[in-house]
Design a protein around this ligand. Structure first.
Ligand code: ARG
Length: 582
């Protein structure tokens, strides 16, 4: 559906033209004085300079030409503003069209396009910790947003499964269990089917190994094991597969808990086969050059304010690094999926890495000139005190602990307030906790840091996820008491609160589009907070279920029904859903 701003801008432009002025002056904006009007056009002020006459004269002439059926108010104000309010008929028609269109008429701007969203950031053998919360939920919501706006979306977790952490684990295992066949180079038989460790052991092995990195002898062993794994040493590959199997099952369970779902579980290791040909090609084209024994891609560009160091492709010891696998992954993605866009969500400390990789990819022609590459570098989630989040003993908090803490906190409220019957407590609690956690995060600009504040995020009032859920539950309850509502047509606004709610509903499409264009789920949060406010104001000021005029009542019901559709679509994009009762 065409956006209201575009519709009335077109009408305004036609009015400028028929009054004898250049139509380009007819741009309409949302009013910044909602107390005075809903929309405004300031074009007469700029036109006055070109036509050398009083702006108010132009405004008056233009206003004269506007079709009054569209506006309940069309006022010219000194020195030359045109202030507008939409007519009831216009709003009714527009909302009826929204109500009867798929997905309330949002424009599918991504139709025919494919986007890869690379998010999550999980590393094999390392349990998810709170640092993994933001890339998972921001990425998931950006992916869902693109999907809602028509893109074919592919979410890829891009597992860290090929780096030094693998060598560290192998080296540590060898110290603990040197007699395992994986370490015996002369072994030619079948390796055992079950892993020589459990997931709990694995999660202890990695940090232990990692803490020994400073020991030169151990570090050398780990590097050597990484190298040999990547070269294809049989026993190490078998061990690697065990690590993968054990760890992946655990990661999947954790992401499932967070309602974050990846279409692809590819990783750095899957990029490995693409590296040799890619590197040869870069050397042949002269894109990669030798520098102190390493192959690097210079990526400085004219106009750079800061120096961007070259992107290292192959280190002097012959090994590939993080940037190499990212470039090779792009080769694979272009080959298999030919995406129009690749969007990466990671901590903003990786900004430079992605700058380098994107530049190198363009230089080497791995992507097309028109392929969009974007990195969303998110800020840090800190503790309520604004300091880095730590466990009591100073360690890193596990993601599952954070989720459990939030769930326990919410469960207490659910039980104390006797919100639902005993057998529904868990499901309701899980939904509210998810909303609290995700909205608490997503309502912040991705690039900014924020403080995790359980009490504030889980509050049922204020700018929170639970407040949004509460609003939806309220609508659901009215609708279920009313009965069949899905086919009731939209009516003209019956009061000022209905009109405000209608105006808020018309902003759904623009808000989603704006969120997509700026990669900012917080725009959606701000929008639904406004929308929920309009719903609740309308609810408090209007008798809905007790209204005796059935005709009027049907209009109310249709209106809140559309509000429910929009709110539910938006929270689905943010990654949570509403319970039946709250
Ligand atoms: N595993 C990486 C890390 O822990 C994040 C991966 C992000 N994606 C990418 N294509 N580099 O930092």
């Amino acid at each position: 559906m065409q956006k209201i701003l575009d519709i009335i801008t077109a009408k305004m432009q036609a009015a400028f033209e028929s009054a004898g002025y250049d139509p380009s002056f007819g741009r309409v904006t949302v009013s910044n004085r909602p107390d005075l009007c809903e929309y405004q056009c300031n074009g007469a002020l700029s036109a006055a300079k070109q036509y050398k006459c009083a702006p108010i004269a132009i405004a008056n002439a233009v206003a004269e030409k506007l079709d009054k059926a569209d506006f309940s108010m069309c006022e010219t104000v000194m020195p030359g503003f045109i202030n507008l309010k939409l007519s009831d008929a216009f709003l009714q028609n527009y909302l009826e069209q929204m109500r009867t269109s798929p997905d309330f008429g949002v424009e599918k701007i991504g139709a025919g396009k494919t986007i890869v969203v690379d998010y999550g950031g999980a590393n094999v053998a390392k349990p998810l910790h709170i640092g993994h919360l933001r890339p998972a939920i921001i990425g998931e919501s950006l992916k869902r947003l693109h999907k809602f706006l028509g893109y074919n979306t592919i979410g890829d977790v891009h597992l860290g499964d090929w780096g030094l952490q693998m060598g560290l684990i192998i080296a540590e295992l060898q110290e603990r269990q040197p007699d395992l066949p994986y370490f015996d180079e002369s072994f030619t038989g079948e390796y055992p089917e079950t892993a020589p460790f459990t997931v709990d052991e694995l999660e202890e092995i990695y940090p232990t190994a990692s803490s020994k990195k400073a020991d030169p002898e151990f570090s050398h062993k780990a590097h050597q094991a990484t190298f040999e794994l990547q070269q294809g040493r049989r026993g190490y590959r078998a061990l690697w597969r065990h690590i993968m199997n054990v760890s992946l099952a655990d990661l999947k369970r954790n992401y499932d808990n967070l309602e974050v779902y990846f279409e692809k579980w590819l990783g750095e290791s899957d990029a490995d086969p693409y590296i040799p040909a890619m590197v040869e090609d870069m050397k042949a084209k002269g894109v990669a050059v030798l520098s102190n024994g390493a192959w690097v891609i210079p990526v400085t560009e004219e106009g750079d304010k800061n120096e961007i160091p070259p992107c290292i492709l192959i280190k002097s010891d012959g090994s590939a690094i993080y940037a190499t696998t990212d470039l090779a992954t792009m080769v694979q993605r272009m080959q298999d999926w030919a995406p129009d866009k690749m969007l990466y969500v990671t901590d903003k400390r990786q900004n430079l890495h992605f700058d380098q990789v994107f530049r190198a990819a363009r230089k080497a022609g791995i992507v097309k000139p028109e392929t969009e590459l974007e990195h969303v570098g998110h800020g840090t989630m800190n503790g309520a005190d604004g300091k880095p989040f730590k466990t009591r003993d100073g360690g890193v908090l596990r993601l599952q602990t954070l989720i459990a803490d939030m769930t326990n906190f919410v469960r207490t409220k659910v039980v104390e307030n006797q919100i639902v019957a005993a057998d529904e407590v868990e499901e309701t609690t899980a939904k509210i906790a998810m909303a609290a956690l995700k909205y608490g995060d997503l309502s912040n600009q991705p690039t900014k840091d924020y403080n995790f504040d359980m009490e504030r995020f889980a509050a049922f009032e204020g700018n929170t996820g639970p407040y949004i859920l509460y609003t939806i539950v309220r609508i659901k309850s009215i609708l279920s008491k009313y009965g069949a509502w899905e086919h009731l047509p939209m009516q003209a606004p019956a009061n000022i609160y209905a009109k405000d709610l209608m105006l808020a509903l018309t902003k759904a499409g623009p808000a989603l589009e704006n969120a997509l264009k700026t990669s900012s789920p917080n725009v959606i949060c701000a929008y639904i907070y406004e929308l929920a406010g309009a719903v609740n104001k309308f609810y408090h000021e209007t008798r809905i279920l007790t209204e005796e005029n059935k005709e009027l009542q049907a209009g109310y019901i249709s209106l809140i029904g559309l509000a429910k559709t929009v709110l539910e679509a938006c929270i689905h994009i943010l990654g949570f859903s509403a319970p039946e009762k709250m």
